[in-house]
Structures are given as structure tokens and as C-alpha cells.
Design a protein around this ligand. Structure first.
Ligand code: NAD
Length: 470
């Protein structure tokens, strides 16, 4: 069993450190954020990630997992030093490498024994060389030998522990094949496919993978707009496409667009890298453009129904950038809430876990943070579904209809069947959904009901009107 340091105790670092400890290694997680480390030392989680707390507790109890703000303490005896610090978007839209260079400098100042530096942060192609140079130039103990191995992380928040423990692949890249082999041995217990390549290729695999996933989302969102105009249903189109193994069924969900700390920043950084290399990355730029437009779509759909948002009360269900996380970084909800407020609406928002992170991102001047989904919808003119938490899928349409001032649902994640919601008396808009029994409508047009649907709807509506709020 190995002695490992993990620098950066965020979504990636904490999961990596904890899972490596759970595999029997002794791990010390280092972070410069004293509040985060104090919180972890108290046994509390600084982030929400399903299954992580139990795993942290188990490994802390087994004395395999430790937390510190001290590099001297954290690097002591470490054979492997993982760098998992944040690489946000810089002002020029490239990757901001300040945290990586600071971590490399701190390693150089404190490393007094041979070690392998494993870069988990997503870093522009060639950054492994930069880390190497910084450490070499500033080594406090010049006799120390080290190698740098790129090991990009592919986990997704919300399923991070499972993704780490059962990865589709582990990618390792280094000029030093022996060092890469030693890192590969750390991962052997996972019985995963391990790909060993050169440093630049490993770094590029991460960017290319995220750019491809983001492209799938922007592609299906563009198809959704086409479906909406032509009367086809994007959900069924995606199912039909997904049967083709060359396409695959994942990441074909039309909605409010991607968010989070990775897709946008990585597509942007890759585009920046390509442009700096003299290329014109037109597809990457289109992916971002479509995604930015997509965030406005739900607000535009509501505006088309109401005519104006001034004075309207809008319930926003879901704030985190995806379910099962509290992460608000680049969450579509931020743009959506800001657009609603800018147009004069008041917002009643609810998210099962992201309330505090949302408050930090959005403030509370124009937003009321509510206790649950029904509380948010009470007396609202419309509900906009932004994050597809499971609990929203299980709502009772009649109960919802009865507590709202006006029955409008803008389903930014296509979690409901249009027929079900319309039968319950709602004016319903999804993203790229066929309005069966209705004539196809564009964003601006009110749906025109076919006679059979009208009859069904009015029966359902009469029934719904008798339902009292619980
Ligand atoms: P994060 O912001 O959640 O965590 C980064 C942590 O690093 C913070 O706690 C911060 O205090 C700490 N830190 C910054 N500078 C430091 C320093 N010099 N020394 C010690 N600690 C320092 O970030 P994250 O989401 O975990 O992402 C980390 C990296 O992994 C990024 O490059 C990201 O692109 C990549 N990545 C993220 C995900 C994801 O889903 N979040 C998935 C794959 C890859």
C-alpha cells in the first residue's frame, strides 16, 4: 500500500483521495482553504456528493485518510502527489493556471524525497512540461528526483464516487513510462482499462472528451429547435438515434443546455488553444453559442405566453447545474433567474440541496428560497423546471395546478409528458416536444387544441379544479 498526497480537496481531489484511501492507501489531502480543511476535520462535508460522506468517515476512522493545510505535513513520505486544484476560465478564455503553478511551487519548496507528480487537474496541452519546469527550477532539495504523469479525471459530479471506482478508462500520459507504469499499478484494483500514452496526448484526451460530450448536448439542442418547428418529438428522435451503436444513447437529452465547472470552461480553453495554434475552431465556437442561446429559451417561451414578465411570479425548480450536486458553477439557473429578474419577474426558487450555494451565487434580493417545490409554486404564474431532480418527476399535477395562480409549466428538462400536463390543465412547453393532439407550435404561438384533446382536457380540468391543496 502506498503513501499518497492529494493537493486540492474539491469535487475531484476529495473523491480521488477518499477512493484511493478506500483502496488501502494512506492518503493526506492538502488544501489552502482553511475552512474546507477545518470542516473535513470536524467530519463535515464541504460539498454534496452522494455516498462520499460515508466513504470519508470510514477511511478517517481507519486512519487512512487525513486532511491538512500544511504542505510540509501533507507531502511527508508521499510516493505519489496528485494535483487536483481548480483550473477555471481566465480572462482571455483560456485556462487559468495560477492554482496549478502555485501548487507546483509549493511542491518544489517542500519535497525532500523522490516522488511521482500526477496531474489530475484539466490543464492545457503541454502543462505537464510547465509543472516539471516549475518544480525543477524551484526544488529546495536539488537532489530530489521526480517525474510528471498526466492522469486526467473523467468523473461526473453526482456520480463521482461510482465513476472513480468503476471508470470507463484510466488515461495516463508521461515521457517516463516507468513512472506511468507505477501510477497504473495504483489503479490495478479497479480492474479498469488503463491506457498509457504520452503526456500531451493524455492532456488532449480530456479536452477532446469534454468537447465531444458538450457537442452532443448542443447538437441535440439544435435538433430540438428543429423538431419544435416541424412537429417532431426530440425525446423520441433521441431514442431512435441512440439505438445506433455508432451514436450511442447517452448525452442526447435536450434541455436548458450544459453547465457546471467543466464543459463550458474546457470547450472555451480548447477553442483558445486551437486559436493560439493558428486554427479556427468553428465547431467548438458553435457549441458554446448554441449553449448560450439555449439558456434563454425557457424565458423566451414564458414571455411568449405571458406577453410580459413584469409583475409575474415565477417558480424555478432546480438551481444546481445538474441533479445530485450542490454545485452552482456556471449553472444555467443563474442566467435564467437573472433574465427573469431583469424582465421584472419575482422568483420563488427551490433546490433540494443547492440552496446555500445558490444563495452565494444569486444573492437573495429578488429571490425567495422556498422549502419545497409546492411552496415555490404557490400563487406562481408559472413553473420553470431547470434541474431534473427526481422529486420533480414525482409531482402531483392536480395538486400543483390547484395551488398556482396560473397553470403554466415550462419544462426545461422534458421530464413530463406534454399530454399528461395538458390534460391536467396546464399550458405546457417542453424543449423540442411534439404537441400530440395539438398543432405544432413555434415559440410564439399559443397551442391550438385538436377537438379530441380539448374534450379530454376540459374533463381533466374540471376534475382537477375540485382537488384541494394538501
Ligand atoms: P474545486 O474548485 O472543487 O476544488 C479545487 C480545490 O483546490 C479547492 O478546494 C481549492 O481551495 C484548492 N486549491 C486551489 N489552489 C490550491 C493550492 N495551491 N494548494 C492546495 N489547494 C489548492 O475544483 P474541482 O471541481 O475539484 O476540479 C479540479 C480539477 O479537476 C479542475 O481542473 C477540473 O477541470 C478538473 N475536473 C473536474 C471535474 C468535476 O466534475 N468537478 C471532473 C473532471 C475533472
Amino acid at each position: 500500500m502506498k503513501t499518497i498526497s492529494v493537493i486540492g480537496t474539491g469535487y475531484v481531489g476529495l473523491v480521488t483521495g477518499t477512493c484511493l484511501a478506500d483502496m488501502g492507501n494512506t492518503v493526506t489531502c492538502i488544501d489552502i482553504d482553511p475552512d474546507k480543511i477545518a470542516c473535513l476535520k470536524r467530519g463535515e462535508m464541504p460539498i454534496y456528493e452522494p455516498g462520499l460522506k460515508e466513504l470519508v468517515d470510514r477511511n478517517v476512522d481507519a486512519d487512512r485518510l487525513h486532511f491538512t493545510t500544511s504542505y510540509a505535513e501533507g507531502l511527508a513520505g508521499a510516493e505519489f502527489i496528485f494535483i487536483a486544484v481548480n483550473t477555471p476560465t481566465a480572462d482571455d478564455k483560456g485556462a487559468d493556471m495560477r492554482h496549478v503553478t502555485a501548487a507546483a511551487l509549493s511542491i518544489a519548496e517542500h519535497l525532500d524525497h523522490d516522488a511521482i507528480i500526477v496531474t489530475k487537474s484539466t490543464m492545457p496541452v503541454g502543462s505537464g512540461d510547465l509543472v516539471s519546469e516549475i518544480i525543477s527550477r524551484h526544488l529546495a532539495h536539488p537532489a530530489t528526483r521526480f517525474a510528471v504523469v498526466s492522469n486526467p479525471e473523467f468523473l461526473a459530479q453526482g456520480t463521482a464516487v461510482r465513476n472513480f471506482q468503476m471508470p470507463d478508462r484510466v488515461v495516463l500520459g508521461s515521457l517516463d513510462r516507468d513512472a506511468a507504469q507505477r501510477v497504473a499499478e495504483l489503479y490495478l484494483p479497479l480492474r479498469a482499462t488503463i491506457m498509457v500514452t504520452d503526456l500531451y496526448t493524455a492532456e488532449m484526451i480530456k479536452y477532446a472528451s469534454n468537447a465531444f460530450l458538450a457537442t452532443k448536448i448542443s447538437f441535440i439542442n439544435e435538433m430540438a429547435r428543429v423538431c419544435e418547428r416541424l412537429g417532431a418529438d426530440i425525446k423520441e428522435v433521441a431514442v431512435g438515434m441512440g439505438y445506433d451503436q455508432r451514436i450511442g444513447k447517452f448525452h442526447l437529452e435536450a434541455g436548458v443546455g450544459f453547465g457546471g465547472s467543466c464543459f463550458g470552461k474546457d470547450v472555451s480553453a480548447l477553442s483558445h488553444m486551437a486559436a493560439q495554434a493558428g486554427l479556427h475552431p468553428q465547431m467548438l465556437n458553435a457549441v458554446m453559442e448554441i449553449n448560450n442561446d439555449q439558456r434563454r429559451l425557457v424565458v423566451d417561451k414564458l414571455l411568449a405566453i405571458l406577453g410580459t414578465l413584469r409583475g409575474a411570479t415565477v417558480a424555478v425548480w432546480g438551481l444546481a447545474f445538474k441533479p445530485n450536486t450542490d454545485d452552482m458553477r456556471d449553472a444555467p439557473a443563474i442566467d435564467i433567474v437573472n433574465a427573469l429578474v431583469a424582465q421584472g419577474a419575482s422568483v420563488r426558487a427551490y433546490d433540494p440541496v443547492a440552496r446555500e450555494t445558490a444563495r452565494a451565487a444569486l444573492g437573495d434580493t429578488h429571490i425567495t428560497y422556498c422549502a419545497d417545490a409546492y411552496d415555490a409554486a404557490a400563487d406562481a404564474d408559472a413553473v420553470i423546471i431547470v434541474t431534473h431532480w427526481n422529486e420533480f418527476k414525482a409531482i402531483n399535477p392536480q395538486r400543483l395546478r390547484a395551488i398556482m395562480r396560473r397553470a403554466i409549466v415550462i419544462d426545461g428538462r422534458n421530464i413530463y409528458q406534454p399530454e399528461t400536463m395538458m390534460s391536467a390543465g396546464f399550458v405546457y412547453r417542453g424543449i423540442g416536444r411534439a404537441m400530440r393532439g395539438l398543432e405544432p407550435n413555434g415559440d410564439g404561438a399559443a397551442p391550438r387544441l385538436a377537438p379530441a384533446t380539448l374534450a379530454r382536457r376540459s374533463r381533466a380540468h374540471r376534475g382537477a379544479a375540485r382537488v384541494k391543496p394538501e
